[in-house]
Design a protein. Structure first.
Length: 100
């Protein structure tokens, strides 16, 4: 960047530090704005695109019990299933028919 500016201006003395500061701040704001817009609009579309279409599994409820231990209530087709989840295992706790 400095070499390019030297080629354009010819020397360091003709460049103002105020101009360099303003240019640096404006580029930093542009990068932050681009990152924000990417996270807000592009990333959700990428995540949504990876979802399975027409999935028969739905998370109805989630309850954390301890650190890294929790219980999930799932709907799988026409059944409800309670599942215990830890770091090292997944266990079916109970299952019942869904009456609607």
């Amino acid at each position: 960047m400095t070499i390019l500016l030297l080629a354009q201006t010819g020397s360091f003395e003709t460049m103002s530090y105020g101009w360099l500061f303003a240019k640096t701040i404006s580029i930093m704001v542009a990068v932050i704005l681009l990152a924000f817009l990417t996270i807000k609009y592009v990333l959700p579309k990428l995540v949504r695109g990876r979802k399975l279409r027409g999935s028969n599994i739905e998370v109805l409820d989630y309850q954390p019990l301890e650190n890294r231990k929790s219980v999930y209530l799932l709907r799988i087709e026409d059944k409800k299933v309670a599942v215990g989840v830890t770091d090292h295992a997944v266990a079916k706790l109970c299952e019942w028919e869904l009456h609607e």
